[in-house]
Design a protein around this ligand. Structure first.
Ligand code: GLP
Length: 247
């Protein structure tokens, strides 16, 4: 029996077109009933092509000035202009070219700043849409394995497997970061997940096909009422079938 909705596409390019179209439909649905849409867009290499499709195909399809990009996570201890900053990534790929609003994280927030970051989201009516990438260890944002499914927005220590994957051309991988917690993230009205390549297959297999466990943050989404998965054939777990999202 198919338990999940989404698309397994032949190539990363096909994934990006299917996902971009869905994100636009999602934001249109939000803007039909709300003045603005509060959206988390994941960083990392995986969604880059999807963001390119949003810029090239959908720049004029939406009133992007009514979208607020809410930053998911940020490294700590980086210089303001360090190219690894996720805020720089989001400005370059989405916020600048599309003209959205931006609620940003610096990575240096105090515990009370982080509580405020989360309560401000709740006060604004919560997140309308979250687009997650997936860490090879199943992390969501920087909610590493072991994160409680109701975890708060907080400072975290990155796992070695995560640090190993961080490009070191610009310097050693940071040890710490701040991240929105799984509690606020998974309370979003809609969640979409994108994963490409064979390196993600193990996390997807454990996260989707095995019982939920805090050592696999991705599995926290099994209980979400509106989640869709977008993956290429290389990432797709053996035996997984996805029902096409209802249009
Ligand atoms: C980082 C980010 C995540 C992202 C993940 C996957 O750690 N904090 O938000 O989803 O890595 O990155 P990539 O798409 O490059 O594999």
């Amino acid at each position: 029996m198919t338990r999940y909705f989404g698309t397994i596409a032949a190539s990363p390019k096909d994934v990006s077109f299917a996902l971009a179209a869905q994100l636009v439909r999602d934001i249109q649905a939000v803007l039909a009933v709300r003045v603005s849409a509060r959206v988390v867009f994941s960083t990392g290499a995986t969604p880059v092509r999807t963001y390119e499709v949003l810029r090239q195909k959908y720049r004029t399809a939406l009133p992007w000035q009514r979208v607020c990009v809410q930053q998911l996570d940020e490294y700590s201890g980086l210089a303001k202009n360090d190219a690894r900053r996720f805020s720089i990534f989001l400005r370059a790929h989405l916020v600048g070219p599309l003209g959205t609003h931006f609620c940003e994280l610096t990575g240096e927030e105090s515990a009370s700043d982080l509580v405020r970051y989360e309560t401000d989201i709740a006060a604004a009516g919560g997140l309308d849409l979250v687009l997650y990438g997936v860490g090879v260890n199943g992390h969501l944002g920087f909610n590493e394995p072991g994160s409680a499914f109701a975890s708060a927005t907080r400072r975290v220590v990155l796992h070695e497997s995560t640090r190993e994957r961080i490009t070191t051309e610009d310097g050693p991988a940071p040890h710490e970061a701040v991240t929105l917690g799984l509690g606020a993230l998974n309370a979003a009205a809609r969640v979409r997940v994108v994963a490409l390549g064979a390196a993600k297959r193990d996390a997807l297999t454990r996260g989707l096909l095995e019982p939920p466990h805090i050592d696999m943050p991705l599995s926290s989404l099994q209980a979400h009422p509106d989640v869709q998965f977008y993956m290429d054939a290389a990432a797709a777990p053996h035996g997984l079938a996805l029902a096409p999202p209802r249009l």
